[in-house]
Ligand binder design. Structure first.
Ligand SMILES: [Zn+2]
Length: 84
């Protein structure tokens, strides 16, 4: 079996851990409210309802969007103020 290096990563389907829908455009990896600090993949609406923080940042949450090549790209953080 020959192994070839793929030139780029193929599409990775991401499922929302909360509503279990596959997401095609946007997904968040964020801390879930009332979970004791558990992280989950969330769709936009689950993120709005269930994310502990409505912000992005290290240790807070990440947002990924699918680019034109079908790859998930992390959205750069909008400068998040510390605190809360
Ligand atoms: Zn969801």
């Amino acid at each position: 079996m020959s192994q070839m290096n793929l030139p780029f990563k193929l599409e990775v389907p991401r499922k929302c851990d909360l509503c279990e829908q596959f997401q095609t455009q946007v997904i968040y990896d964020a801390v879930v409210k009332h979970s004791g600090g558990a992280w989950a993949w969330m769709c936009q609406s689950c993120w709005e309802q269930h994310a502990l923080w409505k912000r992005l940042g290290t240790g807070i949450g990440q947002k990924y969007i699918k680019n034109a090549h079908g790859m998930w790209e992390k959205v750069p953080y909008v400068h998040a103020s510390k605190g809360n």
